[in-house]
Write a protein that binds this ligand. Structure first.
Ligand SMILES: NC(=O)c1ccc[n+]([C@@H]2O[C@H](COP(=O)([O-])OP(=O)(O)OC[C@H]3O[C@@H](n4cnc5c(N)ncnc54)[C@H](O)[C@@H]3O)[C@@H](O)[C@H]2O)c1
Length: 313
């Protein structure tokens, strides 16, 4: 019987060393950036990936050439500029999107909306046309709005599958695991703190009451730890697609679990993306209040994304 409190069975280290084989084509859109480059490095190092397709508006020929010299089997192709976007996406099984501008000190994730909404909408449109069945993992902020935008764009093309569109919130889980482990003197690899809600400010809700093992309770934008988190999430998606059972990750997805249309909770992943939403579980009174307090902001961010998508041609 599956336990929702169990840490995802796939650790990055295991994915890097496993001898299991897969033939997945994975695209990274925004591959030349602070997250895109180390994320692509981690993906190139994995036997789960047979073709790594790197797209950006700058520098992809160099990044692709550099990574292609690594002695792992994934074939690396570089694609630069809008003319090469379709080719980058054809036949993709998984698309990871770290494209867009990151926060600078003093900015909120929502300050990125105007620039990143257009970037994500353009990339989602290309996914809908070229690889409508791919798992789409959006890292670009504000995730609370870029997932509704991605969903609406896919709907416009008639190819929306809510089980295959993910807002990557794994960094929140990775951070929570690390902080709790530091505080309690535990091995971080053994800690699992589910983080629900969204991916901005007070919408990020770590569930310390559901932490295993039991525990009581910056400036700018992360790149290396986000690359790790993005790779961990992608490997979990790939492992589940390969038939591995019991793979669980939290992600921000279309949801019926609360009154918010999109909400992050632990998800059981399978061959076709989300197999089962494992829901919020039993919350403490404190956590219930955090969820209630997050609702208005989350709904506002979702509406903002949907309104943006509705106005697009
Ligand atoms: N989900 C999370 O937990 C999380 C964590 C950290 C950062 N982020 C977000 O990830 C995004 C990227 O951050 P970064 O530090 O790598 O930024 P960066 O500026 O270093 O890299 C962004 C890359 O995107 C590329 N790009 C811009 N427009 C593009 C387009 N139209 N098509 C393709 N590529 C395009 C740029 O050329 C650049 O290489 C930001 O939106 C940031 O807020 C999310």
């Amino acid at each position: 019987m599956f336990s929702r409190a169990v840490r995802p069975t796939v650790s990055l280290a295991r994915s890097l060393s496993t001898s299991s084989q897969n033939n997945a084509k994975v695209a990274v859109l925004g591959a030349s950036g602070g997250i895109g480059q180390p994320l692509s490095l981690l993906l190139k190092n994995s036997p789960l990936v047979s073709h790594l397709s790197l797209y950006d508006i700058a520098h992809t020929p160099g990044v692709a050439a550099d990574l292609s010299h690594i002695e792992t089997r994934a074939q690396v192709t570089g694609h630069m500029g809008p003319d090469q976007l379709d080719a980058a996406l054809q036949g993709c099984d998984v698309v990871v999107i770290p494209a867009g501008v990151p926060r600078k000190p003093g900015m909120t994730r929502d300050d990125l909306f105007n620039t990143n909404a257009t970037i994500v909408a353009t990339l989602a449109d290309a996914c809908a046309r070229n690889c409508p069945e791919a798992m789409i993992c959006v890292i670009a902020n504000p995730v609370n709005s870029t997932i509704p935008i991605t969903s609406e764009v896919m709907k416009k093309h008639g190819v929306y599958n809510p089980n295959r569109v993910f807002g990557v919130t794994t960094l929140d889980i990775v951070r929570a695991n690390t902080f709790v482990a530091e505080l309690k003197g535990l091995d971080p690899a053994r800690v699992n703190v589910p983080v629900i809600g969204g991916h901005a400010g007070k919408t990020i809700i770590p569930l310390i009451s559901q932490c295993t093992p039991k525990a009581k309770a910056g400036a700018g934008s992360a790149t290396l730890s986000m690359a790790y988190a993005g790779a961990r999430f992608t490997f979990s998606v790939l492992d589940a697609m390969n038939g591995k059972e019991g793979v669980v990750e939290c992600a921000y997805v279309r949801s019926e679990e609360t009154e918010c249309k999109y909400f992050s909770t632990p998800l059981l992943l399978g061959k076709n993306g989300i197999e089962k939403n494992l829901g919020l579980g039993k919350l403490s009174a404190f956590e219930e209040k955090l969820v209630a307090d997050a609702m208005d902001e989350l709904k506002g961010s979702i509406k903002k994304g949907e309104d943006f998508a509705a106005k697009m041609k």
